[in-house]
Every structure is written in C-alpha cells, then in structure tokens.
Write a protein that binds this ligand. Structure first.
Ligand code: SF4
Ligand code: MG
Length: 325
C-alpha cells in the first residue's frame, strides 16, 4: 500500500543573527530539521518524540508548509508538493489538520464554540446549508464529549481539557485524512492527559485517520502510536514499530528517554532525562560534529565525533542512527 505521506530528506534551516554588540553581527545557520525522511500509511499513527529543540514542532509545520522546508520533498497522496500552488495547499490543508499544544491560545476568543468548530466547514464546504453545518457541529461535539449547551459560549469559559476537545472537534469536522498533533496534552493536567489521548485514539480508529503525534516523552505516545520516531537536534535517531522500540531500543538516546519513562509526572520525567544525560543540549546553530548526540552519549567513542552515523536498518521495521546499534 502506497504511503499517504512521504517526507524525504527534509531540512529546515534558518538564518539567524548571532548575539553581538557589534552592528555587523554575523549571520549563522540554525539547523532546526536536518535531513528527516519517513513514510506514513493511511490510518497509521506515528509518534514523534524528543526533548525541546529537537525540531519536532518545526518538522510538523514544514509538512503543512506553515514553515517552508529549505531542502527536500514532501509527497502527499503520491504528489510532490515541491511546486504546489496556493490552491494545491488549500486542498492539502483540508485533508491535513493540526491540533496545537496550547488549546486556549489556538482558539479565537471572539468566536463561540459553535462558530469555532464550524469554521473549517465554512471555508472548505461552502456547498453545505446552514442547517447541515449546524447538524454536523452538534454531532461532532457529541463525538468529542462536549455538551450541546456549550455551543453558544466562548472558549475561555472552559478548562484546558475541554478546550482541547473543541480543538479536536474543529480539526475533525471536515473529515481529514491526517491530523498532526503537536504536543496536544503537554499543557494539560496529568489526570486529563489520558482522557484526551484515549479520545484521539478512538476517533483515529473510528475515522481511520493517520496521525502524527508529537510528544516530549515516550510514555505519552506508548498507548496511541503504531510506530515511533525519536529525534535529537534535527535528526532522526531511531524509527521503529512501537513494540520493537520499547522492548528493544537500539539507540543510546532512546534508551535514556526510556529509562526516564516510569515516573508519571512529566516535569520529573524531563528532569530525569537531564539527570541521565546532563542538561547541556548543544545548540542547533553549532551542532556537534560526527554524531550530533556524541556530547551527551554514554557510549560515545572516538569515531563518534568524526563520522556521521546514518539511519540504517537494524531489524525488520527498525532503523537506528548509531555506529554501534
Ligand atoms: Fe553514541 Fe556514537 Fe552511537 Fe552517536 S554513534 S549514539 S555518539 S555511540
Ligand atoms: Mg514544540
């Protein structure tokens, strides 16, 4: 079966001015995403995991051209989007919807819940009557667990979890093929996180959606993902079927992330990764030579600071970028 999405050697490099008191501060290159490739099948859920600054959010925005890739190719439903017109992107944005980290900030405060959820239909389905739009909005609200009485109220009146349900309803109302979820539960209370992940999973199955689910730790994606991609400093460290990745991680970075998993509080988890690896994450402006992970890697040897490890197959459906994987 052909993938619905192919990401091929995508790079997103930014020109940034170095901090300097001099007027002629040198311009340098920030390599937010530096050569990422993967395929996504229809109905598949890919978890994308890494610490902040690993490029996972930038990658998700590059897929939608919200941040244009500076190199590489994105192929949607067999068609390269390299020279896509505004109209092509309009069509892609109907099929590919995004769910953001901060649910309240991503919802327009001047619109009612009903108007927010209806907005994509107004943009992409002008053929629908007012009654039909209203019917679909109410049906979608029920699906995501929102009471109908909320329809004329404003997002700021609701909790973070309910706002994320509104965001999910808005993303799904035009029946997309893919939803890109950028840390959709990171801003929510731990007690609410599982509810939202479970909701996304059941909707994914019911609507046969493909999902890219971005998170900063492996615990969050364990329940929902079919495959998991681990990123570090703009590079893919490991990409594998979920069961293989959790049972038999091959990359030292994945192992460090996994040994940080069991603690349920995300704030502590992040600290634990830092305890294991140290908190000196190098800057993507001046990334380490050779393996970008070598400055924090417990297994690093001399060749690691010289030779770039390529992402290579280590088992069926399992790839890792480490000389010793
Ligand atoms: Fe560590 Fe070397 Fe493997 Fe990179 S290539 S992950 S530095 S052992
Ligand atoms: Mg982010």
């Amino acid at each position: 079966e052909a993938p619905i999405l192919s990401v091929r050697d995508v790079r997103v490099h930014f020109k940034v001015k170095a901090k300097s008191r001099l007027p002629w501060a040198p311009v340098r290159t920030l390599k937010a995403v530096d050569g990422v490739s993967f395929d996504l099948r229809a109905g598949e859920t890919l978890g994308v995991v890494g610490e902040s600054g690993c490029g996972k959010s930038t990658l998700s925005r590059a897929i939608l051209n919200l941040i244009p890739a500076t190199h590489g190719e994105i192929v949607w439903m067999g068609r390269s989007l390299a020279n896509a017109s505004t109209r092509d992107w309009h069509a892609v944005r109907r099929d590919v919807q995004m769910i953001f980290q901060d649910p309240l900030a991503s919802l327009d405060p001047r619109m009612t819940v009903g108007q927010i959820i209806a907005e994509p239909l107004r943009e992409h389905r002008r053929d629908l009557s007012k009654d039909e739009v209203s019917r679909r909005v109410r049906a979608m609200m029920a699906k995501v667990g929102l009471r109908e009485q909320m329809i004329n109220r404003y997002a700021h009146e609701f909790s973070g979890g309910q706002c994320q349900r509104i965001g999910i309803a808005r993303a799904l109302i035009i029946e997309p093929k893919l939803i890109v979820c950028d840390e959709p539960v990171s801003a929510l209370d731990v007690s609410i996180q599982a509810q939202i992940v479970n909701l996304l999973k059941s909707l994914q199955q019911e609507m046969r959606l493909a999902v890219i689910f971005i998170a900063h730790d492996l615990a969050v994606v364990k329940h929902i993902a079919d495959r998991v991609m681990v990123m570090y400093l703009g590079h893919v460290m490991e990409l594998a079927d979920k069961h293989a990745l959790y049972a038999d991680p091959r990359h030292p970075y994945t192992r460090a992330l996994l040994s940080a998993v069991p603690i349920p509080d995300p704030a502590i988890e992040r600290n634990k990764v830092v305890q294991i690896l140290g908190d000196d994450i190098p800057s993507p402006i001046n990334p380490p030579s050779g393996c970008v992970f070598h400055t924090r890697c417990p297994r690093a040897e001399a060749r690691c600071s010289v030779e770039v490890p390529l992402l290579r197959r280590v088992a069926d459906g399992h790839a890792a970028a480490c000389h010793f994987a």
